[in-house]
Write a protein that binds this ligand. Sequence first.
Ligand code: TZP
Ligand code: MG
Length: 216
Amino acid sequence: MARLNPDVLRLYLVTDRSLMRGRPLAEVVAAAVQGGVSCVQLREKNLGTREFLAQALMLKKLLAPHRVPLVINDRIDIALACGAEGVHLGQGDLPVDAARKLLPPEVFIGWSVESMDDVAQSAALPLDYLGVSPVFATPTKLDTKTVWGLEGLAVVRTATRLPLVAIGGIHAGNAREVLRSGADSLAVVSALCAAGDPHAAAAGLRALCDDELKAR
Ligand code: TZP
Ligand code: MG
């Protein structure tokens, strides 16, 4: 399994086209990348396979010159077909072991953990990072189980050496405390997708990440 440098995950944009105020996906992602996003996950819950693949290929082309990795949510087939650098799986998706067998060794795998049982299980799985989901309650995803809170995130930090990607309700106002509670990465949806100026929003969050993480 390829070892993932957690710096690559530092500011992690997870897409949601429904929050983009009518702006094209490419426009919002390009602005966010210019601002300092270091990793992009394409998350599509309502697209057919061909449309999903078309969006993935478009983003792959957009991100490649910036050396920003593309992560595909849920779909191993789409990740393989577009040459994505990573996949993100949840508790209801293809099991991690099965995904690892299907993917080339250099493709990294992230997994959402929703309980301490999941964290315990992660130790035996071929994983590259854990998504701590959700850190705060968020209207962007309503079907969540436990809300970890900063305290829960800190407990997860003590239980694993895998890079931790914090997601759920993260914005410039709480980002520092999330990083101080043990996260290696901030994953955001609305803080960038719904921002009036995604470039400026990304630049602000990135400066904050770089400042908090410089001592590590
Ligand atoms: N997984 C856990 S919370 C979440 C996902 C995809 C949504 C996070 O959205 P936001 O707008 O950054 O709170
Ligand atoms: Mg999933």
